[in-house]
Design a protein around this ligand. Sequence first.
Ligand SMILES: *Cc1c(COP(=O)(O)O)cnc(C)c1O
Length: 451
Amino acid sequence: MTLRKYENLEKKDLRYIWHPCSQMKDYETLPPIVIDHAKGLYLYDIYGKKYADVISSWWCNLLGHSNPKINKAITNQLKKLEHVIFANFSNRAAIELAEKLISVAPKGLSKVFFTDNGSSAVESALKMSFQYHYQTGNPQKKKFMAISDAYHGETVGALSVGGVDLYSKIFQPLLIDILRVQGPDCYRCPFNKNRETCKAECFVYAEKVLKKEAKNIAAFIIEPMLQGSAGMRIYSPKYLKKLRKACTKYNIHLIADEIASGYGRTGKMFACNHADITPDIMCVGKGLTGGYLPMALTITNDKIYKAFYADYNEGKMFIHSHTYSGNPLACAAALEVLNVLEKENIIEKTQEKAEFFNDLIKEEFSSNKFVGDIRNIGLINAIEIVEDKKTKKSFDAKRRTGYKIYKEALKLGLLLRPLGDVMYFNPPLTITEKEMISVVKLCKKAFLPIL
Ligand SMILES: *Cc1c(COP(=O)(O)O)cnc(C)c1O
């Protein structure tokens, strides 16, 4: 790599760009790292420094950066068609993708609606659910239910169903009213149970509200198995089973937000597979295109679809349109992702690797006196740092312990992006054992000066 310091790219970046999820003032001491190229697990900045991307660049890079097969699929598509309007028109890549996705989705899901980011997939799901009930004789069903610390994206509707203060607190006056109930928190379980053996006792919180409000509720939205932004919280599939049962009983849609948990991240194709349930509506995004192009999907069943199917003048159609719906380049990437997952048995291999990775992390971190919890599902591993292991008391957030470790890790060439004081690994499914050993070592080294 040639040295390009003279270009002053970092200065130009800060002159013109407002970055997401950042206090821009922090960039005074930690300027943006400008990436030049990437391969597999690694990012390379403009000075040639290499970073292990163990967070899959915001959980979306699924099969390694610059994956030759996905590169080729996009290039081939590019030679034929870059984009076409998706109303009244269609394209081969979108059709083939939808067909293949339905064949691997939880049984009963049958129709694919295209959007271009996860938040929009959630917005579509909420609107679809409301309109379904409106058109099937239940116009009073207009409330949505969600659990504490949920994350479903950051447009106004998606933000409303989310419950993480960092994202939504200031916008509260703009948000729609949500029925929020305490969700599972297995590290600090109010019933003192264990995730492996509990009966999802904590479902009582949801049950109480469901019982009382059911007739007014359109849908219950949840991140199955894994609450990502809440700090990689993992909970029992029994919770989902109970929820599925209750939703069916009360004619409430179960919306599974699989944007972070889908595509093998939890060791199965979809997190819903752990509980053997089929949601009424499922949102996917992130890993869908392997982290190449922005696209998300809202997938539903025939029952919901049919409630919109009528003569034009009945006005029952679903109006939610995005310019880039069904973009052929994104669809070609997404189709190739499914092909690679299948042909290379990636998900089965992930399960084998997951155990190795988790053992390794436990070995290196469980004796640290500030490591309160190590939890894992699939290749996702989270390390929760606490001030006091006994009481599980967190450090004062103002200390920014996680951020300090993040900065230390960057120096060492490791891209961790902690959620508060929860460090986590969410690497591409293609990570090798050798790479796992290397990143765990780096992470341990990053802890040293801080804890
Ligand atoms: C990332 C994420 C979203 C939002 O997706 P965007 O593409 O960032 O809008 C929604 N839900 C979950 C669970 C996510 O992890």
